[in-house]
Write a protein that binds this ligand. Structure first.
Ligand code: BDP
Length: 737
């Protein structure tokens, strides 16, 4: 009998120990709500404190943005507090959250906040606990309704991440003015050039009549991060976007974004005067062309009175531009800027340019744009990708940052995982973004980081901004892979405040998206923080780059050679032969390193100083070159490729270990995707190691598992098209494959 009781007790014990994990699995979620889930706060102490302090939303003012703020706050608090929160226009009792601007709200105006608000700018906000009309209240105040909206999302985030009520007082303002999403969506077939989350969100066939509520949710997500701008169509632009047929649809999107403080921008095709205007030329100095653009701009503003401006890719990858007419980028940008200026619009001119004649693609943006510094109109801003080539898993920062003292320079980061395994792989981009932003250009001495160039601190730019190429599509969870949401989140948070760390952002995102349970947060955060490095290691370690299968950019093809343009091949970048590997960008090679200031140039130039992760970006070294680890270059290369695979396998183990702490639906989705990632990591590793071995003629050290197949197998399976809606299948004419 005693034995029996003991074993029953043992079973009960095991069950109850496992209880929190296995007994109460969270309900399934499909990810549609992303980080705005507003589930009831779990921590009982915090919940009680929040409930006591926030029972009612008081909003005075009627602007659409203020209405959005009040509605979001009411909805958010009702969910988080697990009890309906009411909305009112006057403070009736203790426990109100009072939101508004001194100009729009008498309750806020009486608080005497003007001095405190003065330094916060148009979009900044202040949150404090102060009495209002003799009642205890939480106040969210700003100079403009947009600031109120951002303050509301800040407060909600505070609760979603279960922070102490006492720590709620804060002030915050964005560090850059334009915090922007760039969509690479086609007008045809609802395709997205490098989007991997279903079809384009924009239903051109149903617009303008059908206002899909998703457009509102999309704008909410942007606003929740403080993002205030979006360019909705691909930079490889279809000229038809400027026709009335499209503009009446565009106008509806702008109308739906406006209550969330989001301004709409359009990508334009430089040849539009010829393609849709019936002119013979698109020469930016031609008076008819200039008039044509001025008329188009007028027309756009008739549809979208607060239109933001044009995003332009010109003279790049087959796109038309001013150089086709013997003119400069400045001539082209200034013509458009002149047309936009009377309406308050701007031109975002991309510096992603390169032509086949150059000997080193790395040098091009700098070589073309630096001589033009000072010649752009002041409503032009140049948009520069973080690295000199193209959103590779790791690039040194573009030397163009800081080199334009008189021309506002935005940074362009890529959220969509074009080079990181699409929506199949988990590769949190926060660490990449922070690495790019915190790189020190030294243009005005130490501390002249890319972030400080971009936010105008270094050169005092009039226009400042950050753009993220994002990929939401018709997939229910917006981004395909649930963890790609985290990179969108990280982009938006960093656009508001580039001093945040990738880790702190991951922490917030996990809490808001999945769970506040430390048993979940810690391992998942560690997994996210290693994921980008894993992606570098199994694809292109030690400064290798561009080893992709051309066209789809998914799988490995380091053997790619003989394309129409050398700078689209892989061999152009790695230059492997029997002697060694790497691209010499020192004075004995292309000397691109000279585009950097000292001491950056010295560090990159010097074999003894350069960090391993940038080595092959700047140097050509022998296979037996001694690395910092003491290994030869060949052995280090092999080691890194294998390490990348191990890291992905560890990520799988981590994810398996949190089963039960997250709903089954999202758990199994991520688990399956990690299986794909592990398979692809091995594919990349084996293909690259075997390929480079044909040059190095050195063995894979015994300690490592053998590649599963011979090199020929990997060469044979190079082009695997998994994502039929993307550019990979049907490239528009004139752009690279
Ligand atoms: C490359 C993409 C291509 C884009 C281009 C760009 O492969 O689809 O059009 O960048 O940024 O990375 O213009």
């Amino acid at each position: 009998m005693r034995m029996w009781i003991r074993s029953v007790l043992a079973v009960v014990c095991v069950v109850s120990l496992a209880g929190p994990v296995f007994a109460q699995r969270p309900a399934d979620e499909d990810g549609y709500e992303m980080w705005l889930r507003y589930r009831e706060v779990v921590d009982a102490g915090r919940l009680a404190a929040y409930r006591g302090a926030m029972r009612q939303v008081v909003a005075q003012g009627t602007s659409p943005i203020l209405r959005s703020a009040a509605d979001e706050l009411t909805r958010g608090l009702s969910g988080l507090l697990g009890t309906p929160v009411t909305t009112a226009t006057t403070v009736g009792d203790d426990g109100a959250v009072v939101i508004g601007t001194p100009a729009g709200s008498a309750a806020i105006a009486t608080l005497g906040l003007d001095t405190r608000l003065a330094s916060l700018g148009r979009e900044g906000f202040l949150i404090d606990r102060v009495p209002v009309a003799g009642r205890q209240a939480v106040v969210i105040a700003a100079n403009d309704d947009a600031g109120v909206l951002y303050g509301v999302f800040h407060l909600l985030r505070h609760l979603q991440t279960q922070q102490p009520l006492d720590a709620i007082a804060t002030t915050s303002s964005p560090k850059v003015q334009i915090r922007m999403a760039n969509h690479w969506d086609h007008l045809n077939r609802r395709g997205v050039e490098r989007g991997y989350a279903g079809l384009s969100l924009w239903e051109w066939g149903a617009l303008p009549n059908y206002r899909n509520p998703r457009y509102t949710d999309y704008a909410r997500f942007l606003a929740s991060l403080g993002m205030n701008a979006t360019a909705i169509n691909n930079v490889n632009a279809d000229p038809r976007i400027l026709t009335d047929q499209f503009l009446e649809k565009v106008a509806v999107l702008a109308d739906m974004f406006r209550p969330w403080g989001v301004r709409l921008y359009l990508s334009i095709n430089f040849d539009s005067p010829r393609r849709i205007g019936g002119l013979k030329t698109a020469d930016p100095l031609d008076p008819d062309v200039r008039r044509w653009w001025a008329d188009q701009v007028e027309n756009v503003y008739r549809y979208v009175p607060d239109f933001g401006g044009f995003l332009v890719k010109a003279d790049s990858e087959g796109q038309p531009g001013p150089q086709g007419y013997g003119r400069t980028h400045a001539d082209g940008a200034n013509m458009l800027a002149e047309a936009l200026a009377p309406h308050g619009g701007i031109v975002i001119w991309r510096a992603f340019v390169y032509n086949p004649e150059q000997t080193d693609r790395f040098r091009e943006a700098y070589d073309e744009f630096v001589p033009l510094d000072g010649t752009f109109r002041d409503n032009v801003i140049v948009q520069v990708k973080n690295g000199p080539i193209d959103f590779q898993p790791r690039e040194p920062f573009s030397p163009l940052f800081g080199a334009l003292a008189k021309t506002g320079t935005m940074i362009e980061l890529q959220v969509t995982q074009e080079y990181f395994g699409f929506s199949n792989h988990l590769a949190y981009q926060g660490p990449l973004f922070v690495e790019a932003l915190q790189a020190d250009t030294y243009v005005k001495g130490e501390g002249s980081t890319v972030a400080k160039v971009v936010d105008g601190t270094v050169h005092g730019y009039r226009l400042t901004g950050m753009a993220g190429v994002i990929n939401p599509g018709t997939d229910r969870n917006w981004t395909g892979h649930p963890f790609v949401q985290a990179s969108w989140y990280a982009f938006g948070r960093l656009a508001w405040d580039h001093e945040l760390t990738a880790e702190a952002i991951a922490d917030e995102w996990i809490r808001m998206t999945f769970s506040n349970d430390a048993r979940f947060i810690e391992p998942v955060k560690a997994m996210m923080m290693i994921s980008r490095e894993a992606g570098v290691n199994f694809r292109s370690p030690i400064g290798l780059t561009h080893l992709y299968s051309q066209g789809d950019h998914y799988g490995p093809a380091p053997w790619t050679a003989g394309l129409a343009r050398a700078d689209w091949t892989a061999v152009y970048y790695h230059r492997a032969d029997a002697e060694g590997i790497g691209f010499d960008r020192t004075a004995t090679g292309s000397d691109a390193v000279a585009q950097y200031r000292e001491p950056v140039a010295r560090v990159f130039r010097d074999l003894a100083l350069i960090p391993d992760e940038y080595l092959l970006w700047f140097h050509r070294v022998g296979w037996d070159h001694r690395m910092k680890s003491g290994r030869t270059l060949w052995n280090e290369l092999v080691h890194k490729y294998y390490e990348g695979v191990d890291q992905v396998r560890d990520m799988q183990k981590t994810w398996d270990s949190i089963e039960g702490l997250v709903d089954d639906r999202r758990f199994h989705h991520v688990k399956a995707l990690l299986e794909i990632q592990a398979r692809d990591a091995v594919w990349w590793r084996d293909a690259c190691v075997l390929y480079f071995q044909t040059f190095s003629q050195r063995p894979i050290p015994d300690a490592y598992e053998r590649p599963e197949h011979p090199l020929e197998y990997y060469r044979g399976r190079e082009r695997v098209i998994y994502f039929p809606d993307t550019w990979a299948n049907q490239p528009p004419p004139g752009v690279p494959q």
